[in-house]
Design a protein around this ligand. Structure first.
Ligand SMILES: O=P(O)(O)OC[C@H]1O[C@H](OP(=O)(O)OP(=O)(O)O)[C@H](O)[C@@H]1O
Ligand SMILES: NC(=O)CC[C@H](N)C(=O)O
Ligand code: SF4
Ligand SMILES: [Mg+2]
Length: 489
């Protein structure tokens, strides 16, 4: 891990993106484009598996999709009319090559490729059980347990075997899978992670977000429903519901931060939800000020909503350098300690003498806010008021988002006033949980049966956390899957 990544590892990191197309002559190229549109969901590694007349071809590489898959020679090694792909941000297992997806297995009934967005909460427990029965795992990823469970199923058809497998796993999973003749999409019963169905020239497409349909000009058909499995063949699409009916608990943080603003989730434009979040925030945390300034890019839509509701000018008081990626390697310690200045810079002339409302989507460790506030003050702002477009983040995520340990979350160990002192602002305000629910179209949070997963704000997890708690498992399973083999990234 580089120094810069070390710094980034303390934040909420993206998750993963999945994409697939069935029956198109340019399948691998289309998957490359889809994964490019989903690059914000994972930058550690990318992979594509294609299928050509029963033979599978795989390319998996560490890095961005554009680092490898834009080369014609790579696409030429991925022939066939169907292909699936994955952008990874690891949440279980290390970042080494053995964990890069899609995974592939040769079952008795034929080849099978699998791409997973989400994180299983009982994978270590299942892995340990299977190892005791003789299974040999070739990765440390939670996703691999799904392949073993399919292999061990006593059922005959692939769909039934996959149904057996997903019945055993808990947590969050949006899956895109492919066999010789089928492409399969499946969401966990709570629908924690997104998955949408599209159509390109009569070919079905599965993707994490609608922005990946837009890039190839595909038509949005619908969201895959929580607990739904769709099976796509040359004959069309069939839908199954293999789980017990459960109420949807979609990740509310997808609206706050993860999803791209030009995507729609469950029919709602992410951009318009973020603007509504900003409007709620302005109503809940009003302060007299001269300008509203977003912390780009993630704070921008909420800042627009805030400014419009507050009747204040929206100004770009902080400029972002788009060429600083997560793989930026700071050459010396001195440079590294400049931290966020690599990415953001104050627009001095604009900020001088102004009472500034800064809007960001979240505070995780508080390092970004500390540095941004110091920068804005240094540029001559008269007052700095920080407004956060989500409630305080108090708990970690076990559903596919890499979060720092609870003790490192600023809001889990400080009150709002203490946090204001820590980041050195004149005032600090967070959106309330009900304000967030109003922005996503609900009257308020239903405390008995919450409409979304909001565990990072409330600590109320919608599933058991078997691996974490060691529930009905031995103490060994409390730890993440590990290996005695240390593998470089
Ligand atoms: O409190 P902290 O630990 O500093 O983390 C919070 C910040 O991290 C994220 O931004 P990030 O810079 O990671 O990425 P972005 O460019 O997608 O907003 C988030 O949008 C906040 O701005
Ligand atoms: N963030 C994700 O969705 C990651 C998928 C899977 N759990 C992995 O670690 O590779
Ligand atoms: S814990 Fe937070 S980030 Fe994780 S799925 Fe729930 S709402 Fe989303
Ligand atoms: Mg940010």
């Amino acid at each position: 891990m580089t120094d810069y990544q070390d710094d980034a590892a303390d934040k909420f990191q993206e998750e993963c993106g999945v994409f697939g197309i069935h029956g198109h002559s340019d399948a691998a190229t289309i998957v490359t484009l889809g994964l490019h549109a989903l690059q914000h969901r994972g930058q550690e590694a990318a992979g594509i598996v294609s299928c050509d007349q029963g033979t599978f071809y795989a390319e998996r590489h560490v890095g961005l999709i554009g680092d490898t898959f834009t080369k014609p020679s790579v696409i030429a090694r991925l022939p066939g009319n169907s292909a699936i792909g994955h952008n990874r941000y690891a949440t279980t297992g290390d970042g080494g090559m053995r964990n890069v997806q899609p995974f592939f297995a040769d079952f008795a009934g034929g080849g099978f490729a699998l791409a997973h967005n989400g994180n299983l909460t009982n994978a270590s427990s299942i892995m340990r059980d299977l190892q005791r029965q003789g299974s040999i795992f070739s990765s440390t990823s939670d996703t691999e347990v799904i392949l073993h469970l399919i292999a061990m199923s006593q059922k005959t058809s692939l769909v039934e075997r996959l149904t057996d497998a997903v019945a055993r796993i808990e947590g969050a999973f949006s899956l895109v899978a492919m066999s010789q003749r089928k492409m399969i999409g499946c969401r966990d019963g709570l629908g924690v992670r997104p998955l949408v169905l599209g159509d390109l020239d009569g070919c079905y497409v599965l993707a994490s977000e609608t922005c990946a349909l837009d890039i190839i000009g595909a038509r949005y058909v619908r969201d895959i429903k929580p607990g739904e499995m769709v099976v796509i063949t040359d004959k069309g699409i069939e839908s199954y519901f293999p789980f017990e009916p459960a109420k949807s608990r979609f990740c509310v943080f997808e609206y706050v931060y993860f999803a791209r603003p030009d995507s729609s989730v469950q029919g709602e434009s992410v951009y318009s939800v973020r603007k509504k979040i900003g409007e709620e925030l302005a109503r809940e945390t009003h302060i007299d000020a001269d300008i509203v300034v977003p912390v780009p890019d993630s704070g921008t839509p909420a800042a627009i909503g805030y400014a419009q509701e507050a009747g204040l000018p929206f100004e770009l008081g902080i400029i972002r350098n788009h060429y600083v990626g997560r793989t930026f390697i700071a050459p010396t310690d001195n440079i590294r300690h400049m931290g966020v200045k690599l990415k953001h810079n104050a627009n001095r002339k604009l900020l001088e003498g102004k009472r500034v409302v800064l809007v960001d989507d979240s505070i995780v460790r508080g390092t970004t806010s500390q540095k941004i506030v110091a920068m804005v003050r240094d540029a001559g702002a008269a007052e700095v008021h920080m407004r956060i477009a989500s409630p305080p983040t108090i708990s970690g995520c076990y559903y596919g988002v890499d979060t720092p340990e609870k003790q490192k979350l600023l809001a889990s160990r400080m009150s709002t006033d203490e946090m204001a002192d820590f980041i050195k602002v004149d005032s600090l305000g967070f959106l309330t949980i009900d304000g967030l629910y109003r922005a996503v179209g609900e009257a308020q949070r239903n405390g008995e049966s919450p409409q979304f997963c909001d565990a990072c704000f409330t600590g109320e997890y919608p599933t058991r956390l078997v691996d974490k708690e060691g529930v009905d498992a031995d103490p060994d399973t409390k730890v993440r899957p590990f290996s005695v083999l240390s593998e470089a990234g």
